[in-house]
Ligand binder design. Structure first.
Ligand SMILES: NC(=O)c1ccc[n+]([C@@H]2O[C@H](COP(=O)([O-])OP(=O)(O)OC[C@H]3O[C@@H](n4cnc5c(N)ncnc54)[C@H](O)[C@@H]3O)[C@@H](O)[C@H]2O)c1
Length: 315
């Protein structure tokens, strides 16, 4: 089986354009496919801007920007994008029928050795995707923005081969990512389960007026969040002392918030079309600045933090 050299990304939206960038930056030849030409044009602009931000923060040599961009070819024709592919990641809309049809098409036209991955956020694709290569189908779950966040969760299906998992894991390490392998499908995988548990508590505190958004974010950033990048959540328990952890978990007075399917404060904000950064306001106000400007400021801070954590040997 040949080495993975050619990568195809299907879907060039929020995740797809950045996924193409990850592989192009690492020297791979990439085809980026989307059903709409306009999205591909926008994707190239976004990638060029992302590369510029990386160069400005010193995390990419300026001379590497153009070669990285040139390694990405775009097309609306799927056949062209997969003709010589070794590895495909689909990042199309989160819709079961669309993904099922896409995998069927990919299976029919991709070279037989190519591995097919889905970037689904929450779907058990192994229950509905039908291909003649179930040993080469898996999930790679990335985090936005993929060209900055190192984690990728690889999720095996019941028939995914160890060889496919190993090939993808090796590839992801080669492109500078931090893959973890989840042995079978679990809703939310790992990172989103942890984030969801926290979101439930945050909405409980907000909806019941226990604290303001500013207080909750200060408690996170100035409190337990500060040690998270160094210790994670499990090692933190060792530092606390497991005898104390034992006492804390036995405290019946603390109860996790009840499972919810909606939130009063989220509903109020959505009803006012306050959807967050993209509309200039959500729990916070961002008025007067473009989404691009706000996102770029966040990206610069994330890149600097990531590089610092790498320097300290934490990533
Ligand atoms: N946005 C995130 O933070 C995030 C994080 C992790 C995983 N995901 C998952 O990644 C996938 C993509 O999410 P996104 O946020 O990038 O969506 P998006 O809507 O920004 O982009 C999807 C793109 O796919 C295109 N598309 C739709 N059907 C297609 C097809 N058959 N062939 C080619 N292109 C097609 C659309 O035109 C669109 O441009 C989803 O499965 C989502 O659940 C998203």
């Amino acid at each position: 089986m040949r080495e993975i050299r050619n990568v195809t990304i299907v879907g060039a939206g929020t995740m797809g354009h950045s996924l193409a960038q990850v592989f192009a930056q690492a020297g791979y030849s990439v085809w980026l496919n989307n059903i709409r030409e306009g999205i591909l044009t926008k994707a190239r602009e976004l990638i060029a801007s992302n590369l510029q931000t990386l160069a400005e923060t010193g995390s990419l040599e300026g001379s590497q920007q153009a070669p990285a961009l040139n390694r990405i070819q775009t097309t609306t024709k799927m056949e062209e994008a997969v003709r010589d592919t070794d590895f495909v990641i689909e990042a199309i809309i989160e819709d079961q029928a669309a993904k099922k049809e896409l995998f069927q098409n990919l299976d029919a036209i991709c070279p037989p050795d190519a591995i097919l991955a889905s970037n689904t956020s929450h779907m058990d694709i192994f229950k509905f995707v039908e291909t003649r290569r179930p040993d080469k189908v898996l999930i790679t779950h990335w985090f936005a923005p993929p060209h900055i966040v190192p984690l990728v969760e690889i999720v095996r299906g019941p028939r995914t081969s160890q060889q496919s998992v190993d090939r993808v894991k090796t590839l992801l390490i080669q492109v500078g990512k931090k893959p973890i392998v989840i042995s079978r499908f679990l809703p939310g995988f790992i990172a989103n389960r942890l984030q969801s548990a926290l979101t439930h508590e945050v909405l409980h505190l907000l909806d019941n007026g226990y604290a303001t958004p500013e207080e909750i974010d200060l408690a996170t950033k100035a409190g337990f969040g500060l040690r998270m990048p160094i210790l994670g959540l499990v090692k933190r328990m060792d530092y606390t002392g497991l005898d104390l952890v034992q006492k804390v978990i036995s405290n019946a007075a603390y109860q996790v918030p009840p499972q919810r399917t909606q939130s009063k404060t989220v509903d109020q904000l959505v009803a006012q079309r306050k959807l967050g950064v993209k509309t200039g306001g959500g729990y916070y106000e961002y008025g007067g600045r473009s989404t691009e400007e706000i996102m770029k400021e966040r990206d610069i801070k994330l890149i600097k933090l990531r590089e610092f954590l790498k320097e300290m040997g934490e990533l």
